[in-house]
Design a protein around this ligand. Sequence first.
Ligand code: KIV
Ligand code: ZN
Length: 389
Amino acid sequence: MTQTVKIFDTTLRDGEQAPGFSMTEAGKLKMAHALAALKVDVIEAGFAAASPGDSQAIYRIASEVEGPTICSLARAAKGDIEASAKALKPAKNRRIHVFLGTSPLHREHKLNMTPAEILERIGSMVAYAREFADDVEFSAEDAIRTEPGFLIETLSTAAQAGATTLNVPDTVGYATPDEIYQLFRQLSQKVSRPAGVIFSAHCHDDLGMAVANSLAAVRGGARQIECAVNGIGERAGNCALEDAVMALRTRRDAFGIATGIDTTKIMAASRTLSQVTNTHTPRNKAIVGANAFAHESGIHQHGVLRNRETYEIMRPEDVGLASNQIVLGKHSGKHALKARAAELGYTLDGPALEAAFVRFKAIADEVGLVDSARLTALLSEEAPGTHDP
Ligand code: KIV
Ligand code: ZN
């Protein structure tokens, strides 16, 4: 039987914490419905103790969104756990996500706590969260910069106190894929935990390695990865959901692990995010950028028009796009011009094609991309070919 990895989506929590990505309650609800359509396993809907607005948004999502488990983040403190429990009350399946910094930097400079105090706090607060929810996740914040021996102790303590998911955040995006792989292998062997407790990766993208690190964690034994649509999140962001999911799917030969994601809803989720945050997705963003399935250069266009696998490793339909795109610009060739002209009702061959091509290149040099309107104008004035609208 194929093994699976859970997709924990934190677009509405870590993602929303990033400057420029805050959402209204209505926006969060709309995005949560898009995430449910994607079939993510867990929606981290917010941080209930952060603000009354966030608590209210979690409550609405917990009341109205069906399918995924709904989760709220909480510091390892009674007030935060109670706020999360209250906001999650209407959810059919709820998770409280308790976190505490474990690295020397966090212990000494942020929390002013000794290792023994950290362990005591983790044990007592995870147990407290279990009084409100059967599903409790514990995150050792800044796990990657925590001494491995102490990290094993913190995660074992959380598991013994009732945590069902043990999250290992690379809070500052510092790790390399090799290190992450080795760490998860070590944790899988050394953390003492009841059967069924799983490890999770939460990777930030400060060095551009969040997706590679999350996939390395899966290879090392993680069975949950925390991601955000379009990779939004603190600073450079989190692991991009669409990248990790499509990598696991496209390279199932390399990973042998499936997700439960309906990938045909990826494009819709990405567009919903752009709409509710009023932001633009970069053209070259993997999977969801405007260029991800577009071809402008003549050599690529010629190949794709004959067999799209020459330059495409995924099918656009699999991520929710109707088709790939042949874009006409100064690098484009005659094959693409002829094909687009045919779509517009013009049959171009021989001298008509040659003449249109010369004129097309001149315009492309001037304007960059030649859209359908410009091409129609050019063909109407130039092409002595047959017009068959
Ligand atoms: O990056 C991080 O450490 C976090 C935790 C709260 C999970 O977002
Ligand atoms: Zn984070």
